[in-house]
Design a protein around this ligand. Structure first.
Ligand SMILES: [Zn+2]
Ligand SMILES: [Zn+2]
Length: 438
C-alpha cells in the first residue's frame, strides 16, 4: 500500500514531497517507503533535506550489508572501502546481493535505471539548482563522472546552464577524456548514440548558443572557454572546415555562427567579418595560435559557401563520418573551390601573422585584419566566383561545361544626357530679349 501508484504514477511519498507536506513525507520515509533519487530535485524545497538525509542513510545501510556479505574482491572493485556514498554502483551491489539470495527491503531497493543521483536530478524534468548539487556533494555523493543507461555523463545535461557546467567541472567533472574511451575502461555495456566526442564539445556548443541570446555570464563563459579550449580531441569527421576532426572550438562555431536566415545557414561575409572580429576581441587572451588559425579557416570556408561534410553540433548530424563515398564525392565536386580555399588560407595566415611591434595583426588589431584585409579579399573572390569579373572567354568556357553563373548585373543601356546650358549673363540677357520681343 505504501508504494501503490496513482493515475500519474506517483507513490504516496512522491505526492507528499512534491506538494510540500513535510510531516507526511517524514512519516512515509520512517515507514520505509521506497525513495527514488529522482524525487529529490522535484520535491518541494521544504521536504528536500528530509529526502537527502534518508537517501544517505539508506545507501549507507546497503553499503554495510554489502561489506558484510560480499567478498573482498567485489568490495574493492565496487569501491566500497572509499569514503563516499554508494551511488551509481548501487545497482551492481543490489544484483550481487540478490544473486546470493539476500532479500533487500523496499526502503533500500535500487531500481534498474543506471546513473548517479546527479543523473536522476537531470532526468526528472527541471534542472536541479546548483544549491541541490552542492548539498549532494556535501553529503558525500561524488559520482559526477558516471554514465547513465544511454551512456551520458552529467556534464552533458547542463545544456545552456553554464553555471552548472562550471560547478561540475569545479567538482571534478572530466570534460576532456573521450567518452568512448572512458566507457570502454568502465566496461559499461550501455551504448552511446552519436554523441559528442568529449563533454567539452557539448559545453562549447552551449556557450556558442547562449552567446547569441544574451551578453550576461561573460565571466563564466570566459572561465569555461579557458579550460575547454585546451581540449584538442577531434571526432571522426574529415571536413576541410577544421583540421583533425571536430574539436570543441568547432562546435562553438557551429552553434554561434551558422545563421538560419541566410544562404546555406551562413551569415553573409560583411556580417560575419564583424562577428568573427568580436569573437577574437572577447576571447583573445585564451586563444592559442592554433585556435586563431582554426577561426580564420572556418570563417573562410563559410564565406566561400563550401559544403560541410562534418556533423553539425546542436542541429543533428549533417553527414555521418562513416559515409566515406558520399563525402569523397562532395569533396571531388568542390575540388577547384577547395583549392582556391587553400590558396586564400595561405594569404590570410600571412596577413594574420603580419608583425605589428612583436604582436600578430589578428590579435593586435582584429578590426584591421577582418574588416580591411579579410573582408575585401573575400568580397572580391565571391564577386569573381559569381562570374561578375570574368573575361568573355572565361564566361563562355564556363557555360560550355554547364556552369550557370550567379545573378548578373542588368545590361548597360545608353543614357542620353541632355547637355546642361551654363547660366551666364549672356544667356540671361538673351532670354530677356526673347520675352521683350514676344
Ligand atoms: Zn565542416
Ligand atoms: Zn564532427
Amino acid at each position: 500500500m505504501l508504494d501503490e501508484k496513482d493515475a500519474y504514477s506517483e507513490t504516496p511519498l512522491g505526492c507528499a514531497c512534491l506538494l510540500g507536506y513535510t510531516t507526511s513525507t517524514e512519516l512515509l520515509l520512517a515507514s520505509g517507503s521506497y525513495l527514488s533519487p529522482s524525487h529529490i530535485s522535484r520535491a518541494h524545497v521544504s521536504c528536500r533535506d528530509a529526502l537527502l538525509t534518508a537517501l544517505k542513510q539508506r545507501r549507507s545501510k546497503l553499503k554495510l550489508l554489502a561489506l558484510d556479505t560480499l567478498g573482498e574482491m567485489d568490495a574493492g572493485r565496487l569501491g566500497l572501502h572509499e569514503d563516499i556514498i554508494l551511488d551509481s554502483r548501487a545497482i551492481e551491489v543490489r544484483e550481487l546481493l540478490q544473486g546470493k539470495g539476500i532479500g533487500i527491503p523496499l526502503s533500500m531497493f535500487v531500481q534498474d535505471d543506471a546513473g548517479s543521483v546527479y543523473h536522476h536530478c537531470y532526468h526528472s524534468g527541471d534542472h536541479p539548482s546548483t544549491d541541490i548539487l552542492e548539498k549532494l556533494w556535501t553529503l558525500g555523493f561524488r559520482d559526477v563522472n558516471s554514465f547513465d543507461m544511454d551512456g551520458n555523463v552529467p556534464l552533458e545535461f547542463c545544456r545552456s546552464d553554464l553555471e552548472q557546467a562550471r560547478w561540475l567541472i569545479e567538482h571534478g567533472g572530466d570534460y576532456w577524456t573521450p567518452l568512448t574511451k572512458r566507457q570502454a575502461s568502465t566496461n559499461q555495456s550501455t551504448k552511446r548514440s552519436n554523441g559528442p566526442a568529449t563533454p567539452a564539445h557539448e559545453i562549447m556548443c552551449s556557450i556558442g548558443r547562449t552567446e547569441k541570446q544574451t551578453n550576461k555570464d561573460l565571466e563564466t563563459r570566459r572561465w569555461l572557454l579557458e579550460k575547454l579550449l585546451q581540449v584538442r580531441v577531434g571526432d571522426a569527421c574529415s571536413c576541410p572546415c577544421t583540421i583533425g576532426g571536430c574539436v570543441p572550438l568547432k562546435t562553438y562555431f557551429d552553434s554561434r555562427f551558422r545563421h538560419p536566415c541566410s544562404r546555406n545557414g551562413i551569415s553573409l561575409p560583411r556580417d560575419s567579418a564583424w562577428k568573427w572580429m568580436t569573437f577574437i576581441q572577447a576571447y583573445q587572451p585564451y586563444l592559442s595560435e592554433r585556435d586563431l588559425i582554426t577561426t580564420v579557416r572556418r570563417a573562410t570556408f563559410d564565406a566561400l559557401e563550401l559544403i560541410h561534410t562534418c556533423c553539425s553540433h546542436g542541429k543533428g548530424p549533417l553527414y555521418d563520418p562513416t559515409e566515406i563515398d558520399e563525402i569523397d564525392e562532395i569533396h571531388s565536386e568542390q575540388k577547384s573551390l577547395l583549392s582556391l580555399f587553400t590558396d586564400l588560407l595561405v594569404e590570410f595566415e600571412r596577413f594574420a601573422y603580419d608583425d605589428q611591434s612583436g604582436r600578430p595583426l589578428i590579435t593586435s588589431d582584429p578590426e584591421e585584419f577582418w574588416e580591411r584585409r579579410w573582408l575585401p579579399r573575400i568580397m572580391e573572390t565571391r564577386d569573381r566566383l559569381d562570374g561578375n569579373e570574368l573575361t568573355e572567354g572565361e564566361i563562355s568556357a564556363g557555360e560550355a561545361i554547364g556552369v550557370v553563373w550567379g545573378p548578373q548585373p542588368p545590361p548597360k543601356t545608353e543614357r542620353v544626357v541632355k547637355p546642361k546650358r551654363a547660366i551666364t549673363p549672356e544667356y540671361i540677357m538673351g532670354e530677356i530679349e526673347k520675352i521683350m520681343n514676344e
